[in-house]
Write a protein that binds this ligand. Sequence first.
Ligand code: PLP
Length: 358
Amino acid sequence: MKINKVLKSKLHTIDVNNVSFGSTFTDHMLICRYKNGKWEEPEIMPFGTDIGLSPATMAVNYGQACFEGMKAFKNENDEVFLFRPDKNFERINISAKRLAMPEIPKDVFMDGLQTFVDLEREWIPSELGKSLYLRPVLFASEEMLLARISEEYIFAILATVANNYYSNPLKVKIADHYTRAANGGVGYTKAAGNYAASFYPTSLARDQGYDQIIWTDSITHTYFEESGTMNVMVRINDTLITPPVSDTILNGVTRNSIIELARKNGIEVKEEKINKNDVYKAHKDGSLKEMFGVGTAVIVNRFSEVGYENESLQLPAIDEKDSFAAKLKQELLLIQSGRSEDPFGWRVKVEEKNTVLN
Ligand SMILES: *Cc1c(COP(=O)(O)O)cnc(C)c1O
């Protein structure tokens, strides 16, 4: 791997506690190009715009682009950890395959992450609940307007300061018209276009006072799929229910981890379809205790209010100590950040390599 380091880090010039999520990047980026049918040697270079792309870039015109979202954590002993990076590696290649992009070799992804995160370790905050957000992204970079599969790609890894990510309880609206994903489509991938398609309906929901949409099946708008860009969980009495992953539901790493943690805590978890009318009835009879979304960025985000048809359902104000959401979030965070035992073997330590300058 080629490494071209910055002469001076900009870290000390940034007020890291007061920048908004995703707006401030670390000193470097990893870039790996695919050309002539093969991946070239990855390179770590100063973060910036100098990758030479024109508006005729195929990703811009035809949308071959997908990404991952991960975090790097630091504990009190300055040890740095990734959380289940193999899952993100597998998933980016599932996305790549569906979008007709070349799969990323395992060493490019894994060694790339290790070397890149090691280089940026000063940027990783050690306070509990904080982390550095990592963004692996793969996109078609060929300059070509003929509508066909691109012959050139860039795989990049970026890192951004992640302090102020929104995590107040959310007001969510159950979708009754718009759709995030359809059968046979790309809903199970982290295709960039899935996000593009969700922005407009979400902005309409915002105009009605909601933060996010609970996406429903595209045909009947009856069954829950996901919430915004998180997987969705519903607690009825003491049972957690989440829809099974499918063509239209992303296989979330947080979702899987929360399910395993909940079961380890003796909580019954069902992976089955959730009918919005059953949720409505459970709200009326008092058995609906909690609803929340789960994903890398916020881990667990509780909902306070649900828009069902023309009604607004207030969820019970469950005490933190009785909340499954709060308990599972805290346990997962302690594992991720290297502060508790790791009974599932989920953490991957980032080794200090003392990379030589240039
Ligand atoms: C990224 C994402 C999630 C969450 O996945 P994690 O692996 O837990 O971060 C859920 N749904 C959608 C649509 C996503 O893009």
